[in-house]
Design a protein around this ligand. Structure first.
Ligand SMILES: Nc1nc2c(ncn2[C@@H]2O[C@H](COP(=O)(O)OP(=O)(O)OP(=O)(O)O)[C@@H](O)[C@H]2O)c(=O)[nH]1
Ligand SMILES: [Mg+2]
Length: 200
């Protein structure tokens, strides 16, 4: 294999990102990914293991892991941490009763060594449901402002209407690219400690 071939292969490899979708069961992880992929979103069942989807987003290939969030499955989340570039934490904005559970699960993930450095997008999903918590309410309920260890952003979204799904992926890809590929993709915040952007 010639040197140029090796270099080209490495470049191709570099343009892959591994993104992990987690969140409590029923948050809408699978629905978001199906919507992004242009698939039918009716009749989705709870994920009992995991699904992998590959998206081409700009010049990057995104390998997205969608793991079931039921309580009995959460101990297995750790099996998916390795080499994660970004964590997308999906929240059911209508599920006020489980916001404390949601906060505890998120904050315990942020202590994981293997997720250190991963960009964190919080999708405040199900905004199409009347009476859902707003982005600002979820930001407070999940105590996001205390997160200093990861670049993070919260976005309101809906897997049903598609609101902000692409914008979320854009942020994730831009943030990972800025961190790993040194500003190769966008002019998003580059503060090495935290980048906090709240859109409500
Ligand atoms: N109204 C509304 N319903 C949604 C939205 N996103 C998901 N749902 C519904 O919420 C339910 C759960 O969605 P899933 O995508 O299966 O949730 P999940 O996070 O993958 O759940 P687990 O696989 O159990 O971890 C389904 O009935 C979806 O139709 C949304 O943005 N708006
Ligand atoms: Mg699922």
């Amino acid at each position: 294999m010639g040197l140029l071939t090796i270099i080209r292969k490495n470049r191709l490899k570099e343009k892959e990102m591994r993104i992990l979708f987690l969140g409590l069961d029923n948050a809408g992880k699978t629905t978001i990914l199906k919507k992004l992929n242009g698939e039918d979103i009716s009749g989705i069942s709870p994920t009992l293991g995991f699904n992998i989807k590959t998206f081409v987003h700009g010049k990057y290939t995104l390998n997205v892991w969608d793991v079931g969030g039921q309580r009995t499955l959460r101990p297995y989340w750790r099996n998916y941490f390795e080499q994660t570039d970004a964590l997308v934490w999906v929240v059911d904005s209508g599920d006020r009763m489980r916001m404390q559970d949601c906060k505890e699960e998120l904050h315990s993930l942020l202590l994981e060594d293997r997720l250190a450095g991963a960009s964190l997008l919080i999708f405040a999903n199900k905004q199409d449901i009347q009476g859902s918590m707003t982005c600002a309410e979820i930001r407070d309920a999940l105590d996001l402002s205390s997160i200093k260890s990861h670049h993070w952003k919260i976005l309101p979204c809906s897997a049903v209407t598609g609101e902000n799904l692409i914008a979320g992926l854009d942020w994730v890809v831009g943030d990972v690219a800025d961190r790993i590929y040194y500003g190769s993709s966008s002019a998003l915040p580059t503060n090495p400690q935290t980048a906090e952007v709240v859109v409500s």
